[in-house]
Write a new protein. Structure first.
Length: 367
């Protein structure tokens, strides 16, 4: 029996935070940095004068109070349970008064504003998945399970006339942007394990994984396959030490999973190149990247033009028992817009309607 396993960073399915539409990486990093700082400040038990001043400055900078503005994020508050701030005046002269004395003084959260993706982009994302036609597909950057199911039924099944996947699952992760790691499968998902709450040994009180490292048990014949899905710390506002710590933990999760089954696959957007310390931590366990298989003949990267190993961020890693069963390896790039490098789908005509800036990686295994 031939089983096709794939991984694909979809860059969201239907809705994406508006910040990612900003034209420059510098702008995106600034907004995401301010967002992260505001979230951190608001979690403090007590808001002293300096904290209140900084909160007010961030709220004003991003016009969080004004629904008429093109705000990157908003403050959601539960009515009748305190308030975070009040404003006086308007325009450039608006002032913020931080009313709450600390985290217990109000109930709410900060949320990135999302835009609906253009239908062409959604269609092209579906087209990549339909063309790959994997039996088991790890989906990176999906909003939630309801969204994944709607995409499965309405885009794959409806628009593209494919048979929807019988099984879909997403475990919400730690990322406050709501980008999670899920799976679509034609084979039964029989159990799941989450590592949401794995502590970060270097940051007391913090969780290790930026998203999660969910373990999905998938029944294939007599021997179950365990899929370990990952989206390691991004290179935006880079913290390679955190990514290395995450990769080392994934390596230990992988080794523990081998005690349950010889078929354990590590996949996802690992956000680092093959020579990095993070990737070496995983390859050091005996895992092997399918793009290093002698049957693969394409370019080395999976992101953007994919011309160099520095553009390789997405991985499908197999243990020795599965490596010997590899029949074919391929990278589906046609959902990316890179007209000077390779030919995209005819429906991909710009960055605005590309499926993703990541390619899908897949391998056929004889099980």
């Amino acid at each position: 029996m031939t089983i096709r396993i794939a991984t694909f960073n979809t860059e969201n399915l239907f809705r994406r935070p508006k910040v990612f539409r900003l034209p420059s990486d510098k702008q995106r990093r600034e907004v995401l940095g301010d967002y992260a700082e505001l979230v951190s400040l608001l979690e403090r038990k007590t808001y002293d004068d300096d904290t209140k001043g900084r909160i007010a400055a961030l709220l004003k900078k991003h016009r969080v109070h004004d629904s008429r503005e093109d705000r990157p994020f908003v403050v959601n508050e539960t009515r009748g349970r305190g308030t975070l701030f009040r404003t006086r005046g308007g325009g450039e002269n608006v002032t913020f008064e931080i009313v709450a004395k600390g985290r217990s003084g109000w109930t709410g959260w900060v949320e990135l504003v999302r835009d609906d993706l253009d239908w062409e982009a959604v269609h092209n994302t579906g087209r990549v998945i339909a063309e790959v036609d994997a039996d088991i597909l790890l989906t990176v950057e999906v909003e939630d399970r309801t969204t994944l199911r709607r995409f499965n039924e309405q885009v794959l099944g409806g628009d593209l006339k494919k048979t929807p996947y019988a099984y879909d699952m997403v475990i919400d992760g730690n990322d406050p942007r709501g980008i999670d790691v899920g799976v679509l499968s034609r084979h039964p998902i029989t159990s799941m394990r989450s590592h949401l709450f794995d502590p970060d040994p270097d940051r007391p009180g913090e969780y290790l994984f930026s998203r999660d490292c969910p373990e999905y048990e998938i029944q294939i014949g007599a021997t179950p396959l365990w899929l370990l899905g990952n989206h390691l710390k991004s290179q935006s506002g880079d913290n390679p030490e955190l990514r290395i710590a995450q990769a080392r933990r994934v390596a230990s999760i992988y080794q523990a999973a081998l005690e349950r089954s010889p078929y354990v696959v590590v996949a996802g957007d690992l956000n680092d190149e093959p020579s990095s310390e993070a990737i070496r931590a995983l390859l050091g366990t005996g895992l092997r990247d399918v793009m290093s298989h002698p049957g693969y003949r394409g370019t080395p990267g999976t992101y953007g033009t994919g011309k160099s190993e520095s553009q390789k961020l997405d991985y499908l890693m197999l243990p020795p028992p599965l490596w010997d069963q590899v029949q074919h390896v391929e990278v589906e790039r046609r959902g990316i817009w890179a007209p000077d490098t390779f030919k995209s789908f005819e429906t991909v005509t710009s960055k605005a309607n590309r499926a993703s800036d990541h390619a899908a990686v897949y391998a056929d295994l004889d099980l």
